[in-house]
Design a protein around this ligand. Structure first.
Ligand code: GUN
Length: 286
């Protein structure tokens, strides 16, 4: 079997077109969704991410602000900025780009963001709401994976979903979202026994390990849906995922490429969450 490609770039473009129309309508009624992105220091990857977020907001018609603090900024400086943004009516979503410099306590910062503006879905309140199936904001990467499955008409009810990786940003919230759609969910990690065997039982396999081409064809069931959340840069500059794409694509039923798979969906869902937040602030949301 040669897998059908789940094209994250195309799905993302489609959702962005829909959002663009919705934002135009909202603006017509006096609702202007706004996102603030906070960057501390000049981590080169973070600088690129932040720029891409600003550009995506612009494309869809969302007001965006970049707040840059120097690497030397104190935790108090950052807390003061977050407090200001929490109170700013023009801002519906606040994203503090991670990782933060070592001298800043990441947990304290994430907990300072108002849960109503926590479009990353990282605040413990939102983590808890996700756990009981009532998310205000689901974290953007796993939420993007759910949208990819939805747009590809992949039914999850009763399916065995196996997630490799237990991070707070991807693995754990991914499990909650799949469970909510009635999948039977297993989370694997570095201590899992017979990882290959567990993976071979998966109808839906999500790789979020952070190791290049870790998932090989012998870990994949014929016809499985394989979602690759990894982005790894090889010494020659080439980007590869956590899945050994060339061999796995011969066996899977569906596969997401890297680049052009899950990656483009993350920013798209950030904008989506920002729009939902704006609607809610105006009394129009769920
Ligand atoms: N750094 C890398 N990915 C992310 C993300 O999804 N959100 C935030 N805030 N920082 C990140």
């Amino acid at each position: 079997m040669t897998a059908q490609i789940i094209d994250g770039k195309a799905i993302s473009a489609k959702i962005k077109e829909e959002m663009k129309r919705e934002v135009a309508e909202l603006r017509g009624t006096g609702i202007f969704p706004g996102l603030a992105v906070v960057l501390v220091g000049e981590n080169p990857a973070s600088v690129v991410y932040v720029r891409n977020k600003g550009k995506a907001c612009h494309d869809v018609g969302i007001h965006s602000e970049e707040h840059k603090l120097p690497e030397s900024a104190s935790e108090e400086d950052l807390l003061r900025l977050i407090d200001k943004l929490n109170k700013d009516d023009k801002i519906n979503g606040i994203l503090v780009q991670l990782p933060l410099p070592k001298h800043i306590n990441e947990k304290r910062i994430l907990e300072a963001i108002s849960p109503d503006k926590d479009v990353d879905g990282f605040h413990p309140y939102n983590v808890g709401k996700l756990m009981i199936g009532e998310p205000i904001f689901a974290p953007c990467t796993p939420y993007g994976v759910m949208k990819m499955l939805e747009y590809s008409n992949i039914d999850l009810t009763g399916k065995n979903a196996v997630i490799v990786g237990r991070s707070n940003i991807v693995g754990k919230p991914m499990a909650m979202l799949l469970l909510q759609k009635n999948a039977t969910v297993t989370i694997c990690h570095s201590k899992t026994k017979d990882l290959a065997g567990v993976c071979r039982g998966a109808d839906i396999l999500v790789a979020a390990i952070g190791k290049d081409r870790f998932v090989k064809a012998d870990m994949v069931k014929d016809g499985a849906v394989v979602i690759d959340v990894g982005i790894n840069r090889l010494p020659d500059g080439k980007l590869v995922g956590d899945v050994d794409y060339d061999s796995v694509a011969q066996k899977a039923g569906y596969i997401t490429p890297v680049p052009g798979g899950v990656g483009p969906m993350t920013i798209t869902m950030l904008l989506y969450n920002t729009i939902q937040s704006a609607k809610k602030a105006a009394g129009k949301g769920k």
